[in-house]
Design a protein around this ligand. Structure first.
Ligand code: IMP
Ligand code: MG
Length: 174
């Protein structure tokens, strides 16, 4: 089976415009207040790097690596592979994610971070696939809404590959 990534869904220019729009919204909403940016590894490493360089308030950049498991009798459990290096109590915190799919991971992560008593907690995602959602999670900041396709590039991977593409492509298995 061959993997075809020829179909561009979002161009690099559209990604740049999305970054300009999101950073303008964030700069307006936080207006100079310090922000702890929590990038979710690995997928959000490029988006986080691009976004923070457009932010005008003082930022602390931190990363977490998490995954979620759906057990037979539970709605899901959060596995933390890498935790934050900073205390977020009483801080304005922005979770930066590559894509929201079912919403399971972020719903659990949100609960986990809220238990640490931040002053505020918001979610910013580069891409959103709302058709796949299993809960009521809505990002506070959304870059581009995408259809129910498996996409790669701009940090998003298929088995660790294609993260380096500077645009977003649809994966077709043929
Ligand atoms: P969920 O929202 O808990 O279902 O998980 C979202 C995570 O699944 C994202 O952070 C990505 O790592 C991964 N993911 C979901 N959809 C895609 C896709 O189309 N391409 C690459 N990764 C995806
Ligand atoms: Mg991810």
């Amino acid at each position: 089976m061959a993997i075809n990534t020829d179909t561009v869904l979002v161009s690099h220019e559209e990604i740049e415009q999305m970054l300009d729009r999101l950073s303008a919204e964030l700069n307006r909403d936080y207006s100079g207040q310090p922000l702890v940016v929590v990038g979710i590894l690995t997928g959000a490493f490029i988006f986080t790097a691009d976004l923070v360089r457009r932010l005008e308030m003082p930022v602390i950049v931190d990363f977490m690596q998490v995954s979620s498991y759906v057990g037979e009798f539970s709605t899901g459990e959060l596995k933390i592979k890498k935790d934050l290096s900073y205390d977020i109590e009483d801080k304005n915190v922005l979770i930066v994610e590559d894509i929201i799919d079912t919403g399971r991971t972020l719903a659990l992560l949100k609960q986990q971070l809220l238990s640490r008593n931040p002053r505020s907690l918001k979610i910013c995602t580069a891409f959103d696939k709302p058709s796949r959602r299993v809960n009521d999670l809505v990002p506070d900041y959304n870059g581009i809404t995408v259809p129910d396709e498996f996409i790669v590039g701009y940090g998003l991977d298929l088995d660790g590959m294609y993260r380096d593409f500077d645009d977003i492509r649809i994966v077709r298995k043929e």
